[in-house]
Structure formats: structure tokens, C-alpha cells
Design a protein around this ligand. Structure first.
Ligand SMILES: [Zn+2]
Length: 140
């Protein structure tokens, strides 16, 4: 299974397992099991959407958005909760206005789930820990 290293963004091939004890990036040697949300930009988004086999959960946010800031730690915790089962990424809609219009973001925060390069679901508004877990589990 192909996964993106959240540290250096290189593609790794890892066996598909139920539980991972250890998995390190072949390039930067950082652990693939200690992920943090990666920042998507118009430069890297297409390569990442196309080369990732697990569901990608993308948080569209902006620095001036209060609910986005409150949601950020919830999203980071979820990123650590599903190592190698889902990829968590963020789009700063202030810096990446092209992506905000490409994905027709009308309010933030908005979460979009991509699988095999295609949008399969979206939800607007900050979710609680529990609601985010329930949301993510639907796509694993
Ligand atoms: Zn790496």
C-alpha cells in the first residue's frame, strides 16, 4: 500500500496490516506512525491525492477563523489516532485561495474526504472529538 510520509512527503510502500508496531519512512527515517496533519498546496495536492491509497481527510481552514483554531487540536489528535489508516491534511484557504475556489469552499472549517483522488464526502463546521471519530471511521 502506498502512503505519504507526513514528514518529508515522499511515497512509501508499506504492507497493509491491522496493527503496526513500527514503520519508518524509507527516505527521512522518521516514524510513519507519529503523523501530524500535512499542509497541502496547489503544488503538492494532486500528487498526494493520486498517490495515497488510504482515505485523505482534509481540513480547509484559515488563520482568522476562530472555530478553525478551536478545531485544530481535535484534528491533530485524530491524525495521531489512525496511523497509516487515514491521511490527515490541511489547506490554509487564506494562502491557497485557488484551492478554496477549486473545491468550492463556502464556509470554514470544512472537511473533505478524498479516496483514490476523488471527493467522496464533505462536512462543514467544527466537529467534536467524538463526532470526528464517527465521521472518520465511516471511511476506514
Ligand atoms: Zn519521510
Amino acid at each position: 500500500m502506498r502512503v505519504i510520509c507526513p514528514h518529508c512527503l515522499s511515497t512509501n510502500n508499506v504492507p497493509k496490516l491491522e496493527v503496526y508496531k513500527k514503520a519508518n519512512c524509507g527516505k527521512c527515517k522518521e516514524s510513519l506512525l507519529d503523523p501530524h496533519p500535512i499542509a497541502l498546496s496547489s503544488d503538492n495536492i494532486d500528487a498526494i491525492l493520486e498517490s495515497t491509497e488510504v482515505p485523505i481527510i482534509v481540513d480547509f481552514w484559515a488563520p482568522w477563523c476562530g472555530p478553525c483554531k478551536m478545531f485544530a487540536p481535535v484534528f491533530e489528535q485524530a491524525a495521531r489516532a489512525y496511523p497509516l489508516r487515514a491521511l490527515f491534511a490541511k489547506v490554509d484557504t487564506e494562502a491557497e485561495q485557488f484551492l478554496a475556489s477549486r473545491f468550492k469552499i463556502r464556509s470554514i472549517p470544512t472537511l473533505i474526504v478524498f479516496k483514490e483522488g476523488k471527493e467522496i464526502e464533505r462536512v462543514s463546521g467544527a466537529l467534536s472529538d467524538e463526532d470526528l471519530d464517527v465521521f472518520v471511521e465511516r471511511f476506514l
